[in-house]
Write a protein that binds this ligand. Structure first.
Ligand code: MCN
Ligand code: CUN
Length: 785
């Protein structure tokens, strides 16, 4: 076989997505497609009240329903010691309420029946007597001395306080503020929103009584972490639990945590001895699964008169709902809010975050959020615009003046974290060039003269993704290193086993591309196995855009291990010393004699044959690795949004959106652009319409797509993308994550643009026509409830 010289890169590039072969044909297999013989169906009875004592539950009529197989209540679970489960932030959450209900939509009983409709019908036969209690809805009232105590289940708990967490140096910050020329203070709310994936959450549990093995198909972004947690909750031995995440119809953070429904499907199967499916409907998904944000923030920014930003001081009140169920490292209860100083060179900074319980659904982080980086970026980017307004300075100029400079990297932020690499001014300049910033400002002046409201908004964000270094981060005491295994079969085809998995991000393609790039095996010859704990090595899953930073690195490392082994085998085949061999994509050849070489396919065959292998080399061509990232990666970007606001109605039209992203080395540019497009739509949605509200009794006002509005193609402009490439110095490929960048970076650009158009300092999202109109008329508007 003579070696084929590759002109085009074999691995990297905009390869079409391998997984789309099945998706476009409707051949995906989602949890709801799993059908097992004798399978039963579960449905959850949920609380109509936000806060109420449970006086009694009568299940007799439901049990008498001819198709009902089991009715499970909190009392049943108590007898099995399963009424409460640990959450990923080491709080506890009721699987089914026993003493009282703490949010509207909380799980109260579980019915298992022969079919889904009978299970739903039987819910109506359950008679629950509630004694309503006053509800804590506004987190700003949660710490009032007379506020009802929500978590009276926790021993000795007499208030609704969860945690206080601080970062930065308070004294140094106060000192800088004391001498600053200009201080601007602004209160802002990042409202409660929801990831709203197309597929809701669900599970099929199959407990096999004979061999004691539980198999759980579930909508999870983190199968291995869930397996460990189920072992802890249910007391089943971990090797007797298999969690399978089949095709997932979008996660966006909604599927990181563990919901009572998953546990109930398991209990249902143990109790009935049959497989049990539970699949929630849209309202259940919106009302009871992990919401995001709900951060009340006060920002203070200090600067010199000529626009040098000196310091930032931040106070946050975080509404975590009735249980602290957010999935994030225990060491950082406020997640990665740590990076609240953003992309700027400051003298000092300090923030304090206080978390409280309220009578709302639990959760509190996830929605393409990078664990609170979204809130942090929104805060600092709004504060910079408020400062620009105060100083009467162009927001682009103010940013250029204060952005970190390339020579400052690696940069240690005032909170201690180290940004790995960046060239921020080049990125912002590029976005301004694509936008035609200077001309846009001229156009804006002309339109203003005609009474038209055009606005230009900028946001510059730094992300922190790729959780994370084992010594810094853990969930449930489990570090965040990712395992990865690669096997090359005798004919040179390969299988890669990953601990992370895709909910739409295209891993089956991009991870094959990494192996292809490292080994010269064509991507179509590489199968990527993921989402099944029995078939893949341990790892903590897909979230915080960690797949490329952590498992992407693992895939590169494991490929290089295979390549090193292939070298030893090739040396035996060619009867030369390994040092005399040189690698070119797909083959080892003899230095100075390029015709004499062996392709990776030839080597794979020989590795499985009767070749005399060098001392210490085992047969076959495979390797495994566990990658423990030395640091997070810090992707970044410059976004510019152009809006037109209708002066009569307050309606906002996003006319243009320019996004220049830097995620280091780009594996698949087409997939990256897809990720950015999706995130920009998220950002426009959050800025303009997405919102979960509550009335004063705690009734959820965002429980359907009639109330929880999502952006469509009509609200989105044709995105204008650009990129720069600043590789991560510590990642074997130089790649950083990108999956959440646009969601994190874009809301501030839209809000900044609207404020620029209407000449008001600040209006909280969502910028609905009525809120914008009110702000234009009265100069301000209350935060949404
Ligand atoms: N990629 C690349 N080159 C880079 C970085 C990433 O080609 N330098 C590719 C990756 O190989 C991967 C995709 O881009 O195919 C996203 O990679 P990464 O940034 O590592 O993010 P994850 O794969 O870990 O995905 C998680 C991230 C998160 S946390 C949310 S939330 C979100 C997001 O991805 N949820 C999504 N994007 C989503 N996209 C879809 N379609 N569905 C979701 O649920
Ligand atoms: Cu923050 S949502 Mo994603 O990390 O799964």
């Amino acid at each position: 076989m003579t070696a084929v010289k590759e002109e085009r890169p074999i691995g990297f590039g905009s390869l079409k997505r391998k997984e789309d072969q099945r998706f476009v044909r409707g051949k995906g297999t989602y949890v709801d497609d799993v059908k097992l013989p004798g399978m039963l169906h579960g449905a959850i009875l949920r609380s109509p009240f936000a806060h109420a004592r449970i006086v009694s539950i009568d299940t007799s009529a439901a049990e008498a329903h001819p198709k009902v197989k089991a009715v499970i209540t909190g009392k049943t679970l108590e007898s099995m010691n399963l009424a409460w489960m640990p959450t990923l932030s080491l709080d506890t959450q009721a699987v089914l309420a026993t003493d009282k209900v703490r949010f509207q939509g909380q799980e109260v009983a579980f019915v298992v029946a022969e079919d889904h409709y009978s299970a739903r019908d039987a819910l109506e036969l359950i008679d629950v007597e509630y004694e309503p209690l006053p509800a804590v809805v506004d987190p700003r009232r949660a710490l009032d001395p007379d506020a009802p105590v929500i978590r009276d289940d926790l021993e000795g708990k007499t208030d609704n306080h969860i945690f206080d967490w601080e970062a930065g140096d308070k004294e140094a910050t106060d000192a800088v503020f004391a001498k600053a020329d200009v201080v601007v203070t602004q209160d802002m709310l990042y409202p409660r929103v929801h990831p709203a994936p197309l597929e809701t959450c669900g599970a099929v549990a199959h407990f096999d009584k004979v061999d004691g093995k539980l198999t759980l198909w579930s909508t999870t972004q983190a199968p291995h972490a869930h397996r460990t947690l189920y072992a802890m909750v249910a007391g089943l031995p971990e090797h007797k639990i298999r969690v399978i995440a089949p095709d997932i119809g979008g996660g966006f953070g909604n599927k990181v945590g563990i919901y009572p429904g998953y546990v109930l499907a398991i209990v249902g199967s143990i109790v009935t001895g049959k497989p049990v499916k539970w699949m929630e409907d849209r309202s259940e998904n919106l009302m009871s699964t992990s919401f995001a944000r709900d951060y009340h923030m006060r920002g203070e920014i200090a600067a010199t008169r000529d626009g040098k930003i000196l310091a930032l001081r931040v106070n946050v009140l975080g509404d975590h709902g009735a249980f602290n169920a957010q999935a994030q490292p225990a060491k950082y209860p406020a997640g990665f809010f740590h990076v609240f100083t953003g992309s700027y060179d400051l003298e000092a900074a300090h923030c304090k975050v206080t978390g409280v319980y309220t009578n709302k659904a639990p959760g509190g982080v996830a929605y393409a959020c990078s664990f609170r980086v979204t809130e942090a970026v929104y805060l600092v980017e709004r504060m910079v615009d408020c400062l620009a307004d105060e100083l009467n300075m162009d927001p682009a100029e103010l940013r250029m003046k204060n952005l970190l400079r390339p020579e400052q990297f690696p940069y240690q932020a005032k909170t201690g974290w180290v940004y790995d690499s960046g060239d921020y001014p080049t990125c912002l300049r590029k976005a301004m060039d694509i936008a035609g910033y200077e001309e846009l400002r001229k156009e804006q002046a002309e339109r203003r003269a005609r009474g038209e409201l055009m606005g230009i908004g900028i946001s510059f964000f730094t992300e922190a993704v790729g959780a994370g270094p084992r010594k810094h981060m853990d969930i449930l005491g489990l570090g965040m290193a990712d395992g990865c295994e690669l096997r090359v079969h005798p004919t040179g085809k390969a299988v890669l086993r990953l601990s992370v998995q895709t909910q739409g991000q295209g891993h089956e393609t991009t991870f094959a591309q990494i192996v292809a790039e490292e080994l010269g095996i064509p991507p179509e010859d590489i199968d990527v196995i993921h989402g099944d704990t029995d078939q893949t090595p341990f790892g903590l899953g897909t979230y915080g855009s960690r797949s490329m930073p952590v498992s992407g690195a693992a895939a590169a490392v494991v490929s290089r291990k295979v390549r090193d082994k292939a070298r030893l085998i090739a040396s035996a085949m060619l009867e030369v010393s390994p040092e005399d061999l040189e690698w070119e994509k797909g083959r080892w050849f003899v230095k100075g004699d390029p015709e004499k070489g062996k392709t990776i396919q030839e080597i794979a065959l020989a590795a499985h044959g009767d070749l005399e292998l060098p001392e210490g080399v085992e047969g076959h061509l495979e390797a495994q690795t566990v990658y423990n990232p030395p640091n997070l990666t810090y992707p970044y970007g410059a976004y510019i949004c152009v809006v037109d606001v209708d002066p009569g109605t307050g309606h906002v039209k996003v006319r243009r959106f320019i996004a220049v992203d830097d995620c280091g080395t780009r594996i698949n540019p087409m997939i990256i652009e897809g990720q950015v497009h999706g995130g920009l739509a998220d950002g426009v949605g959050m800025a303009l319409m997405e919102f979960i509200g509550f009335d004063e009794e705690g009734n959820c006002l965002g429980g359907s797509f009639m109330d929880y509005l999502l952006p469509t193609a009509l609200e989105c402009p044709s995105w204008e993308l650009g990129y720069t490439v600043t590789p991560s110095p510590h990642h074997p490929l130089g790649a950083k994550g990108v999956g959440e960048s646009a969601t994190v970076g874009s809301p501030a650009a839209v809000v900044n643009a609207v404020m620029d158009a209407i000449g008001v300092r600040h209006v909280d999202m969502p910028l609905t026509p009525s809120r914008v109109w009110t702000a234009m008329k009265y100069g301000s508007v209350e935060p949404p409830q």
